[in-house]
Design a protein around this ligand. Sequence first.
Ligand code: NAP
Length: 230
Amino acid sequence: MPDKTNETILILGGTREATELARDLVSANPGARIITSLAGRTKEPAPLAGEVRTGGFGGAEGLADYIRANGVTRLIDATHPFARQISLNAVEAARITGVALDIRTRNPWAREPGDDWIEVETLEAARDAIPPRARVLLALGSQHIGVFASREDVHFVVRMIDRPETPLDLHDHALVLGRPGDTAAVEAMLLVAHSITHIVCRNSGGPAAYAKIEAARQLGLPVIMVSRLK
Ligand code: NAP
């Protein structure tokens, strides 16, 4: 990408792709101002090239104000595909300010031969699709866990980056702290160690969380996959 010294690029981030994009843009545009915006949900986000700002803007209007106040010349939506509100705000703020919007959100994963997916549209449907007395890897953010509280018959293994501030509202569970494994082999070890029978996750797309899907395929485990809302 050619260097445009006067550019100010605002990346709506919070994903591995956004981190890589910031790195690439900073190295390709040494004269430009590259700002990544984070919602502030993760306590210790991965280091980012360029500037970082943290916290909500106050809706589309607030984002538009930020764009104007900082002379943003390009807005890039590299947020997580399930982060729907900020993407809607980006579209509206771009409309209000006239700034160019570049949408870089990922495509969903496609089912491959050997995948045993039970596709559902909501977390409630995912909860109801879990068979009695299953042992489930619940690969979801803490804000989505409460839905599963009524499944007292199920053993849940919950993986989270940060330790939750309040105990998880789940009857029978184990907490695994850390980021998803990079390879199917690492994910398979976790699945086997906890005698997992099912995975519940959302169809986030992208490479970062895909290793568990590959591991499930190799082990012949069903995945209860929450699709993106159309
Ligand atoms: P969301 O529901 O779309 O957004 C809720 C509100 O959070 C937005 O209205 C905005 O507040 C603020 N916000 C969201 N992303 C922001 C950002 N990058 N910079 C500044 N403010 C932001 O979003 P979410 O699902 O809570 O996700 C929050 C962040 O976590 C996103 O950056 C996303 O990329 C990342 N993330 C989300 C998921 C997921 O599963 N949803 C997974 C991994 C990472 P204001 O209206 O006040 O501006």
